[in-house]
Design a protein around this ligand. Structure first.
Ligand SMILES: Nc1ncnc2c1ncn2[C@@H]1O[C@H](COP(=O)(O)OP(=O)(O)OP(=O)(O)O)[C@@H](O)[C@H]1O
Ligand SMILES: [Mg+2]
Length: 346
């Protein structure tokens, strides 16, 4: 049974995990850097890279010790090679290369987004390809048709902000601290989602993409107006964001139907209201709804190790070359047309 060591360091979580090909998370550790970045209201790349460099090696040693295995027992070492903050990605990838070389173990360079995209299959053995995936994280907001390992067709992306970014910015406007998603979700429970009139950008439009910049500006105006309570703003923002997501997904199902399952992954997939809305949406199309357990939604190394297991299971694949580069940008679907907007995201 293949055993893969996974390493994640693309943003502000340092993580290592050991996962088997039969979906067992043998050991895992994760260290968040929330406290280090909180004073700045967002992730500071230099601080993140330094923290990864300090924490990663002892964390890998601890994971191996917890599982009572050595590197020689691993069939591959999988590390995030992008996209992400390049300093952090380099810490993880170079560590993996050194360990791979020293132990004569294959290296697997994982696209972080592929880690998110395949994470639902780690928890759900019955989830088969193809599936319709909503990938909603801090840096990305995409709808993809996942046709197989390494086969991702991007159907929609954001023309400006990612959904997690919109949650984080709303949290900042409301003074809720960083990271903002869970705090907005908590405050929204106390508010009225109808209280604040907020826009639903691109909803009902003929184009398939997402846009959240206008929603964020409207949240700022609502706060500045002094007319609304913070809980009502949080609840109204969350409802508007969910309306955008469900509208775009309806369009994707209509235009690219044929997948038996609707799947969500990425940090925002941890949000219970988002999960609830997607459960209803999937039911209305007679699709199965699959969401990974909450700890597998935000960044973690188990999903990277699992993506390594999936790649290792592919015929003829024996590992990536040791000179494979770290990539700050790395689209899952290289053939997808770039979209024009305030900020083009892959
Ligand atoms: N309960 C929640 N509700 C809404 N958003 C959430 C929740 N929990 C986490 N998030 C958001 O998810 C994001 C973090 O997710 P993740 O760790 O997957 O992103 P990332 O790795 O920074 O970005 P990417 O994967 O695109 O590189 C943050 O924007 C955070 O606010
Ligand atoms: Mg992520």
């Amino acid at each position: 049974m293949a055993l893969v060591l996974g390493i994640e360091s693309s943003c502000d979580e340092t993580a290592a995990a050991l996962v088997t090909h039969d979906r067992r998370i043998v050991a895992q550790k994760i260290a968040s850097q929330d406290e280090a970045h909180a004073p700045y209201g967002g992730v500071v790349p230099e601080i993140a890279a330094r923290a990864h460099a300090e924490r990663l090696a002892p964390m890998i040693a601890a994971v191996l010790e917890e599982a009572d295995v050595s590197l020689a027992d691993c069939d591959a070492i999988a590390a995030t090679a992008g996209p992400g903050l390049i300093g952090g990605v380099m810490v993880g990838l170079v560590s993996a290369k050194a360990l791979a070389m020293a132990s004569d173990t294959p290296l697997i360079a994982i696209n972080h987004l592929e880690g998110h995209a395949l994470s639902p299959r780690l928890a759900d053995p019955e989830l088969e390809f193809p599936y319709l995936l909503l990938l909603v994280s801090g840096g990305h907001c995409q709808i993809l048709r996942v046709e197989g390992v390494g086969q991702y067709r991007r159907l929609a992306t954001t023309i400006d902000d990612a959904l997690g970014e919109a949650f984080d910015k709303t949290a900042k406007i409301l003074g809720l601290g960083f990271p903002g998603g869970p705090a907005v979700e908590k405050l929204a429970l106390e508010g009225d989602p109808q209280a604040v009139p907020l826009p639903r950008p691109l909803v009902g439009s003929g184009e398939p993409h997402f846009s959240f910049a206008g929603l964020k500006s409207a949240v700022l105006r609502a706060k500045d107006s002094g007319k609304y309570g913070d809980a009502d703003i949080a609840a109204s923002f969350q409802r508007a964001a969910i309306d955008c997501v469900t509208d775009r997904l309806r369009m994707a199902v209509r235009d690219h139907g044929g997948c038996p399952a609707l799947v969500v992954a990425g940090g925002v997939a941890a949000n219970a209201s988002v999960r609830g809305a997607l459960t209803d949406l999937a039911a209305s199309y007679d699709m199965r709804f699959v969401a990974p357990p909450v700890p597998l939604c935000t960044d973690n190394a188990a999903m990277i190790a699992w993506a390594g297991c999936e790649r290792l299971g592919q015929k003829g694949f024996a590992g990536d070359p040791l000179d494979i580069p770290a990539r700050p940008r790395w689209p899952l679907d290289p053939d997808a047309e770039p979209v024009r907007g305030a900020g083009v995201k892959a």
